[in-house]
Design a protein around this ligand. Structure first.
Ligand code: NAP
Length: 251
């Protein structure tokens, strides 16, 4: 039965940025599809824990602006649920400033969370997949700015363009272990990430007018794509970035 291929029953997923927004939606969808979820967040994922329940959810507190926390993330997941089958690199930050004034701090803080930790956490989890045997799934959260330049967000664009790039690199190297590395590029979604944009009436109206679906996306819009890329249904999908954008890229 085709729907069985989408089941995550018996799987353990690590999802970063589990306390809010798209990460919380992915945690909820994975649990509904049958997975145990290890949420990684720098503030307690209290609401997500309430949604999923203690049997299905375990929270590892970690600030992902440094790679030093990576061993504790992997060990925490293994200690609670004994294995890892899926990693979603969802945590991300954005800093808005004119490029002519853009600070080194705004460059480094974004690149560290959005790219450096994504690479080294993927590496650590891939080592775990290889030692467990049986492959695994890595899903990186990319962006429309993996394809486009954006305005006043140079470090975000650099990081998300690179996320799409390393999704292909890692896929090329790890497909032979049965590890699928793919990405999802969300369009303009109503979360904290876009709060500033949505508060700017002019920018908000410009963006909305350009979305063929005629509305901002929501965390629920991403859930089907995330379950697909985490499940056996996508076993022959490698190195691809799937846009979930209400048609934005097609314009
Ligand atoms: P969000 O609500 O701001 O969520 C971002 C998540 O990342 C939060 O859980 C945040 O934790 C976490 N995070 C940030 N820095 C961290 C750090 N140093 N250590 C640990 N966690 C950290 O926005 P979102 O829209 O759900 O974003 C999720 C992902 O989607 C991001 O990678 C974002 O770039 C990407 N994305 C979003 C959109 C959109 O339109 N919303 C579009 C394209 C891509 P705190 O709550 O503690 O800050």
């Amino acid at each position: 039965m085709i729907l069985d291929a989408f089941s995550l029953a018996g799987k353990v997923a690590v999802v970063t940025g589990s306390n809010t927004g798209l990460g919380q939606g992915i945690c909820r969808a994975f649990a509904e599809a049958g997975a145990k979820v290890v949420g990684v967040s720098r503030r307690p994922s209290t609401e997500t824990a309430q949604l999923l329940g203690d049997d299905n959810f375990y929270n590892v507190l970690a600030d992902l602006s440094s790679c030093e926390v990576i061993p504790a993330v992997v060990e925490g997941a293994l200690k609670r649920f004994g294995r890892i089958d899926i990693l979603v690199n969802n945590a991300g930050v954005i800093k808005r400033q004119d490029s002519i004034e853009f600070s080194e701090e705004n460059w480094d803080s974004v690149m560290n969370v959005n790219l450096k930790t994504v690479f080294f956490l993927s590496q650590a989890v891939a080592k775990q997949f290889i030692s467990q045997g049986g492959g695994g799934k890595i899903i990186n959260i990319a962006s429309m700015l993996s394809y486009q330049g954006g305005i006043r967000v140079p470090s975000y664009t650099a990081s998300k363009s690179a996320v799409r790039g390393i999704t292909m690199t890692l896929s090329n190297e790890w497909a032979k272990y049965g590890i699928n590395v793919n990405a999802i590029a969300p369009g303009y979604m109503a979360t904290n990430n876009t709060q500033q944009l949505r508060q700017d009436e002019e920018r908000s109206a410009d963006i909305l007018a350009r979305i063929p679906a005629g509305r901002w996306g929501t965390p629920a819009d991403l859930e089907g794509a995330a379950v697909f890329l985490a499940s056996a249904a996508s076993d022959y999908v490698n190195g691809f970035t799937l846009a979930v954008d209400g048609g934005w890229l097609g314009r």
